[in-house]
Design a protein around this ligand. Sequence first.
Ligand code: F0G
Length: 350
Amino acid sequence: MYEGLIKRYKKYLDVDEKYIVSLNEGNTPLIRAKNLEKILDGVEIYLKYDGLNPTGSFKDRGMTMAVSKALEENKKAIICASTGNTSAAAAAYGARAKLKVIVIVPDEKIAKGKLAQAIAYGAKIIAIKGNFDDALESVKKISQESDIQMVNSLNKYRIEGQKTAAFELIDDLKELDYFMLPVGNAGNITAYHKGFKEYLKDDKLKKLPRLFGFQAKGASPIVENKVFKNPKTIATAINIGNPASWDKALNAIDESDGQIDAITDEEILNAYNLLAKEEGVFAEPASCISVAGLIKSYNEGKIKKNSKVVCLLTGNGLKDIDVCMNNMDFDIKNLDDDYALIKEEILKDL
Ligand code: F0G
């Protein structure tokens, strides 16, 4: 039986087994994107669908580690700043571990599904009139001034857990040429880089995949090399103006011969639409930036022919259905329950 990523990768993770808090996270599907391949001719494309983790995002990978370690270190409470997914994961794993959980989120800029999760799992929720970067400042301070454990990705155990996604990719694919992913606070790109390097060292991988990171244009501090005081994007998960792991992201990109680029909200929505309609995969907007980024890079001639590319889908589309309802073109036919009318409506489009 699969029992979560700490047990699967215990050789690479330092945790005392008796403190493990797990929801059997990890082991997410790698899906071949055959219809996207028809559009981007000559490239082998896979989707790593991490939105199928227990709380619907990749954050569960880091949270199983951070919460297990919090227990091992006898902490009683955990805290995080979040654009939504980290708070959902912290609330779930914290509930399971019987820890007190406090989450600080930017008021109004968090997707409803994510807020609902924090409510359901019973976290204490503080919504501030400020953005993620402001929230993180308070979290850093209180975790220094008290015994509350910070579980943002500045907590090294989060990175340890998240690096296992790189292991899974290599265990499944053996080699890949490019890896496309969203960049917000830049913890995840740091974690993948660490994971790939550890596999390289263990001879499980021959060369590092090139890491292509993408930020939303309205929140692209690393791309523009300046802090964004008022970041703004439809991809609320990565609406971050001053990433905590900025330097580590630059190092990961540099060492892997990668790049970082900015993607418009329009390009994100196009990829969101394409993924759902062409591949049957519903991922939240921030996730779709990896596919939008692949399309842009391909069109700019940056992807070599016959290469193998993985796009990371970090979060589930169900987290943020407002984006779908407010931005997709759809037409719901409201009819009386009259079979003749229903039949006519169906047959006229066939
Ligand atoms: N994709 C999704 C769906 C996210 O929620 C995040 C970050 C990222 C990508 C970017 O990852 O920050 O490691 O570069 N969400 C954080 C949160 C900030 O609070 O849930 P990163």
